[in-house]
Design a protein around this ligand. Structure first.
Ligand code: GUN
Ligand code: FE
Length: 424
């Protein structure tokens, strides 16, 4: 049995409202899972190998609940348009290139290396429509040791000719990946990925919903990101009650576990449906700024019982760092607070941290916390360069790291108890 003891200043959140802090304590791991945390090392654990990270912070690994791997070369580029013209001008021309496996490999190895650097130990990723490139991305994640859900994108209308799939082929290729990757890896899994309602015919959505149920496969897509998009969906799907029900009508809305990115313009009815069906909202604050999409009322989703995580949404978003995105989400929530005449409270620091760890992590199972039986996904933070001006509490040290730290402060990464070295 794999056994280990980690010593350091341990911080995590089991509920969103409170940081749990164990100063100079011992965390016991067996078979990749947390057994317990204690102030004094009990006799029975004294022969376990000890990783001594005294004076370092030990926190859960970060979870990025939504990003587009083939958009990585566009990061920081073309952020001068709103969603639909942005897709047409910058994004589709880039995504068209991924029939090329050499180019795919170049982009994906760089992305995974950078995810490793910034301490994102689990992510939920859109690939492109290209089957082989999607498989390559999954294989590279497997090789890296990081956890991921990866989806081959489906779209069979309203995009460039080069990205318009034949409906039957799109369905066949999706099922091929579901079967091939179902049990290939414990940490890297397939996810069904209709790009968003406007680029999918009803026939395609219906078939994908059936595949989700048949293979008990999870689902991801986009929802209510931009006002023009919302109007367009109404025109395209006149029979559906609202945007969320387009997915719900085709069994793509929580019938299996589901993530919807953005959710800025959800009606109360749509938020309630997400809560009822347990559909996750991936909040992407930087993307929503860059594409002038709007500010998601994240607190309202939390209050109404929707599971929420944070996401980079590369390349609508410019930052891959979940530290920055936590700060960005808290800042966005403050602007929303003003916009609602101080009705919708801003996110607290602890809530922001929770969303980037356990909030998104729960999509993967017992991930994102150090409660008993959770996967030991962890980062070790040397914050000595940030906290050498005045004495800081552990909570203040974590705040400093989140607001002004970066990958240089992360000195070790673990996924399910295994130390992950820089990949490739
Ligand atoms: N909606 C449909 N496709 C996309 C995408 O690639 N990025 C974002 N931000 N929204 C989308
Ligand atoms: Fe997106």
């Amino acid at each position: 049995m794999d056994k280990m003891v980690f010593k350091g200043d341990i911080v995590f959140t089991s509920i969103k409202d409170k940081l749990e802090i164990y100063e100079d304590s011992y965390l016991i791991v067996e078979n990749g899972k947390v057994v317990k945390i204690s102030k004094v090392l009990e006799e029975s654990y004294k022969d376990y190998p000890l990783k001594d990270y005294t004076k370092k912070l030990i926190i859960p690994g970060f979870v990025d609940l939504h990003l587009h791997a083939p958009q990585y070369p566009n990061r920081g580029l073309g952020l001068d348009k709103e969603l639909i013209p942005w897709l047409e001008t910058y994004t589709f021309p880039e995504e068209e290139k991924y029939y090329d496996l050499e180019y795919s490999r170049k982009v994906f190895t760089r992305l995974i290396k950078d995810l490793w650097s910034v301490g994102t130990t689990r992510s939920v990723v859109f690939a492109s429509i290209h089957k082989e490139s999607t498989k390559l991305l999954m294989d590279l994640f497997i090789e890296s040791g990081l956890g991921a859900y990866v989806g081959k994108v489906n779209m069979d209308r309203n995009t460039k000719k080069e990205l318009t799939e034949d409906t039957a082929t799109s369905i066949l290729e999706t099922e091929e990946i579901l079967i091939e990757y179902k049990d290939k890896s414990e940490l890297v899994k397939p996810i069904i990925t209709p790009r968003f309602a406007p680029t999918c015919t009803e026939g395609l959505l219906e078939a994908l919903g059936s595949l989700a149920i048949k293979h008990k496969a999870p689902v991801q897509s986009h929802l209510n990101e931009n006002t023009s998009e919302v109007i367009w969906v109404k025109e395209l799907f006149p029979a559906s009650k609202n945007y969320a029900s387009v997915y719900d009508d085709f069994n793509l809305f929580g019938q299996t576990k589901t993530i919807m990115a953005h959710c800025i313009y959800n009606t109360d009815e749509e938020i309630e449906l997400m809560a009822e069906n347990g559909v996750y909202a991936a909040h992407c604050p930087y993307s929503n700024y860059n594409l002038s999409s709007g500010i998601m009322p994240v607190k309202k989703f939390l209050d109404m019982g929707v599971p929420v995580g944070l996401a980079s949404d590369i390349s609508g978003g410019n930052s891959l760092s979940m530290m920055s995105i936590i700060a960005g989400a808290i800042q966005a929530s403050k602007m929303k607070w003003l916009e609602t005449n101080k009705e919708l409270a801003p996110l607290t620091f602890s809530e922001g941290f929770y969303l980037a760890t356990k909030g998104g992590g729960s999509f993967f199972g017992k991930v994102g916390s150090f409660e008993e039986d959770y996967d030991f996904d962890a980062l070790v933070i040397d914050d000595s360069s940030l906290s050498d001006i005045k004495e800081l509490t552990i909570e203040e040290r974590l705040q400093k790291f989140i607001y002004i730290g970066d990958d240089r402060n992360i000195i070790a990464r673990y996924v399910k108890g295994r130390k992950i070295e820089k990949p490739f």
